[in-house]
Design a protein around this ligand. Structure first.
Ligand code: HEC
Ligand code: HEC
Length: 255
């Protein structure tokens, strides 16, 4: 699956985006989105910016958490519990308001992604190659800690021949292969493990090795979710655009 998000926007030359017609910036007609926008601007806009693109609080359109949210399963708990020690207050909002805000955030993120998706996949390599391969290599083995999980002679060997440049650049930020592994233990102590199909605050569904799916109410069982991509996700907060440009230039040498 090709997975794309707001962060890529920052990797695409501003001039290209500027050519995009206004129509895709507008036109989110649905009533929930409109209500969510008003609610967001009133309650959240002060810190996250009226368009959710960040102010004193982070840009939510580039947030991997928002990106991976399904119907509020990740955003909901952040709103309700806050992260008080980090400056994000908790809000006691009715479920309907939270749901509207979530719809608004997804609509905004989708608009941002649709702009990015209109950039041709065959986007010329020399326009993407604005980083420094040597610095990318240094980052790969150093601060980026990429080499703690990857090897350029092992799993990433010839990676640049495997993907088109645009897709490779996307995969550095958003690899999409590995699914979270869910382990469920029921009240009798029986365990079932499998790949996550769905998980929110209330239910969890997994697919076992025989391809059967199982669903539980979360409060009736013990659930452990191990996400092999979680580390990648946390890395996203530490990358600068320059790091990604440099890493891309380095990986592009691995033909
Ligand atoms: C007083 C400022 C403030 C207000 C108001 C505020 N936030 Fe936040 N928010 C923050 C800060 C700061 C963070 C970053 C916390 C951290 O570093 O983990 C954050 C983080 C988040 C995150 C997690 C982003 C991520 O990638 O981890 C979400 C989602 C979020 N806020 C949504 C909202 C919504 C929705 C509202 C309105 C209901 C709201 N915030 C109101 C300051 C605020
Ligand atoms: C904690 C381990 C870990 C770290 C650290 C890590 N990765 Fe990954 N990376 C993974 C996993 C797991 C996958 C998914 C593999 C799969 O899809 O089968 C992955 C996938 C990728 C892919 C896609 C590979 C493909 O064939 O689709 C790229 C590119 C990548 N990582 C680059 C990086 C870079 C660059 C860094 C350093 C900035 C980094 N990774 C740091 C674990 C890690």
């Amino acid at each position: 699956m090709f997975f794309i998000s707001g962060i890529l926007l920052s990797l695409i030359p501003a001039a290209l985006l500027a050519q995009e017609p206004d129509d895709i910036q507008q036109g989110q007609g649905s009533a929930t989105v409109t209500a969510g926008k008003a609610q967001f601007q009133q309650t959240c806009g002060f810190c996250h910016g009226p368009d959710a693109r960040g102010a004193s609080g982070p840009d939510l359109l580039r947030s991997p958490l928002v990106n991976r949210d399904v119907n509020g399963n990740l955003i909901g708990p952040v709103i309700r519990n806050g992260r008080p020690e980090k400056g994000m207050p908790a809000f006691q909002l009715p479920d309907a308001d939270i749901s509207n805000i979530v719809q608004f955030l997804h609509a905004e993120a989708k608009t941002a992604a649709s702009v990015a998706q209109r950039i041709p996949r065959e986007y010329p390599l020399e326009k993407l190659l604005v980083g420094n391969a040597e610095q990318g290599k240094t980052y790969f083995y150093g601060a980026g800690k990429c080499s703690s999980c990857h090897s350029v002679t092992g799993d990433l060997a010839h990676i640049a021949s495997k993907y088109k440049p645009f897709d490779l650049q996307t995969r550095i930020a958003f690899p999409s292969g590995a699914k979270p592994v869910v382990t469920v233990e029921d009240s009798s102590g029986k365990r079932i493990e499998g790949e996550q199909v769905y998980a929110d605050e209330f239910t969890v569904t997994l697919r076992d090795k025989n391809r059967w799916t199982h669903t539980w109410k979360r409060n009736s069982v013990q659930v452990k979710i191990r996400d092999p991509l979680a580390e990648h996700e946390s890395l996203l907060h530490t990358y600068t655009d320059q790091n990604i440009h440099d890493l891309f230039a380095y990986l592009e040498t691995l033909k």
